[in-house]
Design a protein. Sequence first.
Length: 359
Amino acid sequence: MAGQMPRGDEKSDALLQVENLRVHFTTRARLFRRHARTIRAVDDVSFELGRGRTLGLVGESGCGKSTLARAILRLIPTTAGRIMFEGRDVARLSARNLRPLRRRMQIVFQDPYGSLNPRLRVEAIVGEALAVHGLVRGARERRERVADVLTRVGLSAADLNRYPHEFSGGQRQRIGIARALALEPSLVFCDEPVSALDVSVQAQILNLLADLQRDLGLSYVFIGHNLGVVRHVSHEIAVMYFGGIVEQAPTQELFADPRHPYTQALLAAAPDLGPADGAAARQPRRVPLPTVPAEPPDPYDPPGGCPFHPRCPIAEPVCRQSAPRLAPCNPLSPEHRVACHAAFTSDTADEPPVAVRPP
């Protein structure tokens, strides 16, 4: 795909800092279930995102990617942890104090049709938040602002009076992007924004996002399943499993040298992605391995120790006893962090990563 995201060598100042974030959901006791049960949807997640950069979030469905995004946006309550955005702890702000910051964080949803009100015209869809936040004075100014942002995303002022069903899927996603940009945010969450689009249209939307990031200095958290797409748009990638981050690294390094068995399984399951940009990918050590079970553990009955150990073909007794913490695994690249006991054992530290069969 053309028009790749910028890949700067130096990190900007952190725009977003997430520290030990937890989001737990507790179900009530019922007639045939005496005790309440808790799901740890997001469990002790920490990361930083610099200005003008993109963090990719990947993992299986149900691993907590979208829940993490909604928690940072304060669309759902958090259980513990800090969310520092533009120097303020979003998790501790009251609704009144949060409002000025909320417009600085926006989201683009996966379904370009379901996320738009079919009964409203484009002008109302894109301009509604402008009026809510008091950013325009009167209908004329709102119309001008909406026309301007539509032009920026590749539509025109002539589309103001049209309804969502009159547009193609790619055009509807442009409307969704315009709605997010109308409030002039500094951070945009992209929750699988191209997964429902044709491949040719995907490239157009990705190029648009790249252009907007370059022109406006936006930061993105890009959630996706397609590893090729995520690699294309991200400066750094975090791999989530069972509510936590199990590996995080600069994009090129993650694809060239995956350390966590789950990351290796994801890459093995993906189509041939070719070598990582700027370097040939290391060939993993091939050894006979048992099949990785397809289903993750029951979220109501999480395993002890490392949450991946029931599916891991190289699990050791320590994996069943203690959960590894996310820590740097390469002294030459402290930004590459992994939560895996095997990544730090002396007999495997200098060997290529083990390839596991896809889940």
